[in-house]
Design a protein around this ligand. Structure first.
Ligand SMILES: C[S@@+](CC[C@H](N)C(=O)[O-])C[C@H]1O[C@@H](n2cnc3c(N)ncnc32)[C@H](O)[C@@H]1O
Length: 294
């Protein structure tokens, strides 16, 4: 099956630049929002602790017996490693070329591939999508889960949903109620739902602080330096850059735009929720027409 390219996500040779920023610039060992405790200061150190708490509370939703788990959109592998450490056998996948190196000395099996294109003869007990279910077409995602999950297996989602349809937040492609309804149509019964919106919001506040305190002044500094050190060269670079890097310059705007969108706490709360959904795959409850495996 051909991967569906999400045009909203700027990439450079199959590397997601936003994710690259988190791992290579901020040096975070996790790519998810984290779960903050009341009263935590807004620091990178506290973000790391919140991310560890996110992983712990997520894993607490996984049944204790040893399971074969497929971690879809596994990022740099911290959640996959934590599941492996608890005795589960774990296959992780991510299409990002920058992620393969994180699994080099790992006992987690890593596949550098998009979920839509993933093929396996193995059937899994649980499929996890931690902040990855918005990266691919929802329908194809459910079809893949039906193909890859054992009957009675689990689907665990943790991530953002729209409350209602809106043109804002184009990278969040799922609407909560619609997603749960479509899951049911595919034979996934909702066992547990936890709203953790309030626990993830401080990450946005921290990001906002980072943008205001560092990113904006740094971009200003570079601009001032170029214009004062070599004014005519700066103008020439701008003109030539516009011609030669037209596509890349166009891509900067959606990236900065989506960054600004994501760091606005009020806007986030108005349009989005952050949910954890645990489903059990019960194909026997499907109507006959839906029972044929895709
Ligand atoms: C925000 S990160 C989440 C990483 C990790 N699950 C976590 O909770 O920290 C999103 C992940 O989804 C991956 N991804 C992007 N497109 C995908 C696709 N089509 N199929 C599977 N994963 C995808 C990204 O490469 C990245 O690994």
């Amino acid at each position: 099956m051909k991967p569906v390219k999400n045009e909203a996500i700027p990439s450079f040779s199959d590397t997601d630049l936003e994710l690259y920023f988190f791992t290579e610039v901020l040096k975070l060992g996790s790519l998810h929002y984290g779960c903050w405790s009341d009263g935590d200061d807004l620091t990178l150190d506290k973000l790391r602790k919140a991310q560890a708490r996110y992983t712990d509370t997520l894993l607490a939703l996984i049944p204790a017996e040893r399971m074969s788990i497929l971690d879809v959109g596994a990022g740099v592998g911290d959640v996959a490693e934590a599941m492996f450490a608890r005795g589960h056998s774990v296959t992780a996948l991510s299409p990002d070329k920058n992620h393969a190196k994180y699994y080099q000395n790992s006992q987690v099996i890593f596949c550098n591939v998009a979920f839509e294109a993933f093929e396996s003869t193995e059937m899994f007990d649980l499929i996890l999508m931690s902040e990855s279910h918005n990266y691919f077409d929802t329908e194809i995602g459910f079809q893949q889960c039906r193909r890859l999950l054992k009957p009675g297996g689990y689907l665990l989602i943790s991530g953002k949903f729209k409350k209602q349809p809106t043109r804002l937040y184009h990278r969040v492609v799922t609407i909560e109620a619609d997603y749960i309804r479509r899951a049911r149509e595919h034979g996934f019964e909702l066992l547990q739902q936890i709203d953790i919106t309030q626990d993830v919001l401080p990450t946005l506040q921290l990001a906002r602080q980072f943008v205001d305190d560092y990113l904006v002044p740094t971009m200003g500094l570079v601009d001032v330096y170029l214009r004062s050190a070599a004014p005519w060269k700066a103008r020439l670079m701008k003109a030539v850059g516009k011609l030669l890097l037209a596509k890349q310059v166009r891509q900067l705007n959606p990236m900065l735009g989506s960054l600004q969108e994501h760091v606005d706490v009020d806007r986030f709360q108005e349009h989005l929720t952050y949910q954890r959904l645990l489903f059990v795959y019960a194909p026997y409850s499907l109507s006959r027409s839906m029972q044929v495996r895709p």
